[in-house]
Design a protein around this ligand. Structure first.
Ligand SMILES: *Cc1c(COP(=O)(O)O)cnc(C)c1O
Length: 361
């Protein structure tokens, strides 16, 4: 038995495993496209969007990231990225590989950008595309999206948000925030195994896509071709991972049955419970209150404690997986995910008991 209290993959609902045992149908079967439509509907609900163009890309969160970047950067175009952690670095790397002129707003790992900082940077640089990470999994910090998106629109740019860790566990509210392109994954806030990357495009992003005077240099992630397969002629593009769609369909059905607002509330309460327990143990959270991702908690490793040893004992003796820091935060933080079926008072108490026992030993 494993309890997945890390940043992902996270604990899978038993009903989702069950759904994955359904008989395979073909990737061009009308029944498969019914499943696809159901998934698209469920994704609009968790994304908080009316965007018609909402799909699940075959691949993990990084495939969604590369879909967003490769379809919307043009060679030599200015791509502004807010960087305060590892995943924003990955976006920059992809931007460069696709020929963009990447300009960075930079802060230390774990910090966030204020509304003024966001506006100043975008007004100064006047990019055609902006990207930021909503929930930076490498640090535990949550970036407010609204000012970034507003400023992007002011200069005629599109705003990309990485919602890989946030989707399903906390509100992402694509339409309210004014996000144009968002991508995520199945194995974090949605409580599924890895394999698909939900993506959504605003009407404004769709217009830009239709107006581009080139094809995507990545054939597999070309949204024009994927649209033809999933939405229009249903012409073969690639063999979609049918079983992963069954899993996502069931996960979204469970979220809808619980009520998406109830789910967010449950995650928020589990987060508060965890922080209370962590602080009662005399430990410190890494990110200041008010800027934390409720579903991915980063805790400072106390002086004199070997974090790798704690993590391996938790895994071997208690079946609990948590994660450590990396890059500038290696050895400095624990990363503790409280998501899906583990986001309950009982499971959090179970985790805290084990964590305390191992830390004291
Ligand atoms: C996990 C993660 C990714 C990458 O997703 P994979 O599924 O590992 O490819 C991208 N961005 C963020 C913020 C993540 O947490």
């Amino acid at each position: 038995m494993r309890y997945l209290f890390g940043p992902g993959p996270t604990q899978v609902e038993p009903g989702v495993y069950q759904a994955m045992t359904q008989t395979l149908v073909g990737h061009l079967d009308p029944y498969f496209f019914e499943v696809v439509e159901d998934v698209r509907k469920g994704l609009r609900e968790v994304y908080g969007t009316k965007n018609d163009f909402t799909l699940a890309i075959s691949g993990t969160g990084s495939a969604g990231m590369e879909t967003a970047v490769s379809n919307f950067v043009e060679a030599g175009s200015k791509f502004a990225v807010f960087v305060a952690g590892y995943f924003a670095e990955r976006i920059c790397d992809m931007g460069k590989r696709h020929g963009a002129n990447v300009v960075r707003a930079e802060k230390g790992w774990g910090e966030t950008f204020s509304d003024d900082e966001a506006r100043d940077f975008i007004r100064r640089e006047r990019p055609s595309l902006v990207a930021f990470v909503h929930a930076e999994t490498s640090t535990g910090a949550l970036q407010r999206p609204n000012a970034i998106c507003e400023a992007a629109h002011e200069v005629g740019a599109l705003a990309i948000t990485d919602a890989v860790t946030s989707l399903g566990g906390i509100p992402v509210q694509i339409d309210d925030a004014g996000v144009d392109i968002a991508y995520s994954c199945t194995q974090k806030g949605l409580s599924c195994p890895p394999g698909l990357s939900p993506i959504t495009l605003s009407p404004r992003a769709l217009e830009r896509l239709d107006a581009r005077g080139r094809v995507n240099d990545v054939w597999y992630l070309d949204l024009g071709l994927l649209r033809e397969y999933y939405e229009r002629s249903h012409r073969y593009h690639h063999t979609a991972p049918i079983t992963a769609f069954y899993a996502l369909q069931e996960a979204l059905r469970l979220i809808h049955a619980e009520g998406v607002e109830n789910r967010w509330k449950r995650h928020q309460e589990a987060h508060r419970e965890l922080v209370r327990g962590i602080e009662a143990m005399g430990l410190e959270m890494y990110v200041p209150e008010g800027q934390r991702i409720p579903t991915l908690n980063t805790v400072r490793v106390p002086a004199g404690v070997d974090d790798a040893k704690v993590r391996s004992r938790l895994l071997n003796e208690c079946g609990i997986e948590i994660s450590g820091g990396f890059g500038p935060l290696a050895g400095k933080i624990f990363r503790i995910g409280v998501m899906g079926p583990l986001a309950t008072k009982e499971r959090v108490a179970f985790f805290l008991d084990a964590f305390k026992k191992i830390l004291q030993a």
